[in-house]
Design a protein around this ligand. Structure first.
Ligand SMILES: NC(=O)c1ccc[n+]([C@@H]2O[C@H](COP(=O)([O-])OP(=O)(O)OC[C@H]3O[C@@H](n4cnc5c(N)ncnc54)[C@H](O)[C@@H]3O)[C@@H](O)[C@H]2O)c1
Length: 463
C-alpha cells in the first residue's frame, strides 16, 4: 500500500486543473487532436522531461488519453527536443521547448503533472524538484540508480503530498492484473508457488550513435554530467548513469516477482560479468537467485539477463506451483497458464471466462500429451540398453488467459496515473513499492561484485 494519500477531486482541482468541456472519445488521431485543443474539466496539463525513445513512447500513449495537454517539453539534446515538439504540434499540443527543466518549471506555471524519461541518474533530482514545486510525477524506472536517490524520492513525494508513479507499466496491464488477482490470488490456480524463473534474452546490439551534425558540444555535455557523446547516448552501460542490463531490463521483471508475490526477498545470490562488450562498464550477463519467505513457504526465484543471445524464448516471468504454472510476458505470445494433472479440473473456469482453451498452436492441450506411460523405459542411442525411470509423466495442459491489451503497452499505466490525479484511484506503482523493487534490483549488482550471497533485512525495503 502506498503511504501517499490519494487526492480528492478538490485537491486535484486546486493544483491547477480547469473547468470546462469534457473531451469525447474518438479514433486515435482526432482524439489526440481534441485532447490538445481541450481546456476542459479534468484537463491535466503535462510537461515532459526527456524526449528520447521512452519520452516519445510516453507522449504517444498520452496523446490517446482524453484531457491530457502537453504544455512544455524539455531535453538537453536539441535533436530529440525538436522531434518531440514537432510530434506534439502535429496533434495540436503547443508545448514550449526548454533545455533546462528548472527553467521550464519556473516559466510554465500551469503544469499539473511531469513525466520524466531521462537516464536513471537524473530521476531523483528532477522528480524531487518537480514534487517540491507541487507537481505530480510519473517517473520512468528504474526509480534511481542508487538506493539513496530512490529513498529521497519516496520522502519528497510524502512531504509534498503529491503522487509519484514509477514506470513499471506491467502492473497496470490488465492481463497481468487478471493473472495476479483472479488466477493466482483468487482461484489459487498454481496451488502453492514454489519457484520462479524469468529471463530477458536479447541478441547482440551495437552501440548507439547520433546523426551527423547533431552532437552536443562537450562543455554542455559536461555541464549536464556526461563525459562525452558516446556515454551520453549509451548511458545504460556506464556506472555513473545507470545500473546496466540488470536494472534496465531486469527491473521490469524483478518488480513483477515482488508484485505477484506481495513480498520482498530475503536473500540474493548472483553471478555476472563484463564478458562480451569490453568497452562497457556494466555486467552484460547475469544469473541471479532470490529467496523469498512467504506465508505459504520459501520460494526460490531465478532470473537471467543475457545481452548476446535471443535464444531461449525472449522475455518472460514463469511462476511455478504444485498445481499449475503461469508464464507471463508483456508479449502475449509468451503467455500461458498450465495445469498439473494432479490439480482440480479447470473446465468450469472456462465457462466463467477466467481462462480459455487454446485452439491450436504451441501449448494447445492436444499438443501437450503425456510424455510416456509411467514405468521404466529402455534408452536408445549412445546409452542403448540403459534404463530410465519415467514416472514424471503427468502432462501439463496449457490454457490461455482471455484478457488482451488493446492499447499501447504504456497507456494503462499512464491512465492509472491520470486517474489517480483526477479521481483518487490508487496508483499501480506508488513510490514506496517502487522503492522496494529498486532495493531488490540494485542488490543484484552489489551481490555480483561481492561474489557472495547478500541478505536483505525487512527494514531495507522501507524508505
Ligand atoms: N518502461 C519502459 O518500458 C522503458 C523502456 C525504455 C526506457 N525506459 C526508461 O526511460 C528512461 C529513458 O530511457 P530512453 O530509452 O528514452 O533513453 P534515451 O537515451 O533514448 O533518452 C533519454 C533522453 O533524456 C535526455 N536527457 C538526458 N539528460 C537530460 C537532462 N538532464 N535534462 C533533460 N533531458 C535530458 C536525452 O537527451 C535523451 O533525449 C530511462 O530511465 C529508462 O530506464 C523505460
Amino acid at each position: 500500500m502506498s503511504e501517499i494519500p490519494a487526492l480528492s477531486r478538490r485537491d486535484f482541482l486546486s493544483t491547477g486543473a480547469k473547468l470546462g468541456a469534457v473531451v469525447a472519445t474518438a479514433p486515435y488521431v482526432s482524439r489526440a487532436a481534441e485532447a490538445g485543443a481541450a481546456k476542459g474539466a479534468d484537463t491535466i496539463n503535462v510537461a515532459l522531461i526527456g524526449c528520447g525513445e521512452e519520452g516519445r513512447i510516453l507522449s504517444n500513449a498520452s496523446l490517446n488519453i482524453p484531457g491530457i495537454r502537453f504544455q512544455a517539453v524539455c531535453d538537453i539534446w536539441p535533436y530529440n527536443l525538436t522531434r518531440t515538439e514537432r510530434l506534439l504540434k502535429k496533434f495540436n499540443h503547443a508545448a514550449r521547448p526548454f533545455e533546462d527543466y528548472k527553467e521550464m518549471l519556473d516559466t510554465v506555471k500551469d503544469v499539473d503533472a511531469v513525466l520524466i524519461a531521462t537516464p536513471d541518474f537524473m530521476h531523483a533530482e528532477q522528480t524531487n524538484h518537480a514534487l517540491k514545486l507541487g507537481k505530480h510525477v510519473y517517473c520512468e524506472k528504474l526509480m534511481s540508480n542508487t538506493v539513496e536517490g530512490a529513498r529521497s524520492m519516496v520522502r519528497a513525494a510524502r512531504d509534498a503530498k503529491k503522487l509519484l508513479q514509477v514506470g513499471h507499466q506491467r502492473r497496470s496491464n490488465p492481463r497481468y492484473q487478471h493473472a495476479r488477482d483472479k488466477l493466482i490470488r483468487g482461484q489459487r490456480l498454481l496451488g502453492r508457488i514454489t519457484n520462479i524463473t524469468g529471463q530477458w534474452n536479447r541478441a547482440v546490439s551495437e552501440d548507439y550513435g547520433y546523426p551527423n551534425g547533431s552532437a552536443i558540444p562537450e562543455a554542455k555535455l559536461n555541464k549536464y554530467g556526461y563525459a562525452n557523446m558516446h556515454e551520453f547516448r549509451n548511458w545504460r552501460w556506464f556506472r555513473k548513469y545507470a545500473g546496466g542490463p540488470v536494472s534496465d531490463l531486469g527491473a521490469h521483471q524483478i518488480d513483477i516477482y515482488n508484485w505477484m508475490l506481495g513480498a520482498n526477498p530475503r536473500l540474493c545470490i548472483a553471478s555476472g560479468g563484463v564478458d562480451y562488450y569490453k568497452s562497457h562498464e556494466w555486467y552484460d550477463n547475469a544469473f541471479i537467485i532470490f529467496e523469498y519467505e512467504t506465508k505459504d513457504g520459501v520460494i526460490r526465484a531465478q532470473y537471467q539477463v543475457l545481452t548476446t543471445t535471443s535464444a531461449g524464448g525472449g522475455y518472460h516471468e514463469y511462476f511455478m506451483g504444485d498445481e499449475g504454472a503461469l508464464k507471463m510476458s508483456e508479449n502475449p505470445k509468451y503467455t500461458k497458464i498450465y495445469r498439473e494433472a494432479r490439480a482440480p479440473e479447470w473446465d468450469a473456469l472456462v465457462e466463467k471466462g477466467l481462462i480459455s482453451k487454446p485452439d491450436s498452436g504451441e501449448g494447445a492441450p492436444a499438443a501437450v500429451k503425456a510424455w510416456e506411460k509411467p514405468g521404466v523405459k529402455k534408452l536408445g542411442g549412445p546409452s542403448r540398453g540403459a534404463t530410465v525411470d519415467v514416472r514424471e509423466t503427468a502432462a501439463l495442459s496449457a490454457w490461455d488467459i482471455p484478457v488482451t491489451l488493446d492499447k499501447a503497452i504504456h497507456q494503462p499505466h499512464l491512465e492509472n496515473f491520470f486517474d489517480a490525479i483526477r479521481k483518487g484511484t490508487p496508483l499501480s506503482c506508488p513510490a514506496d513499492e517502487a522503492f522496494a523493487s529498486a532495493v531488490t534490483v540494485l542488490k543484484v549488482n552489489e551481490a555480483i561484485a561481492a561474489r557472495q550471497a547478500l541478505a536483505f533485512k525487512p527494514e531495507d525495503f522501507i524508505a
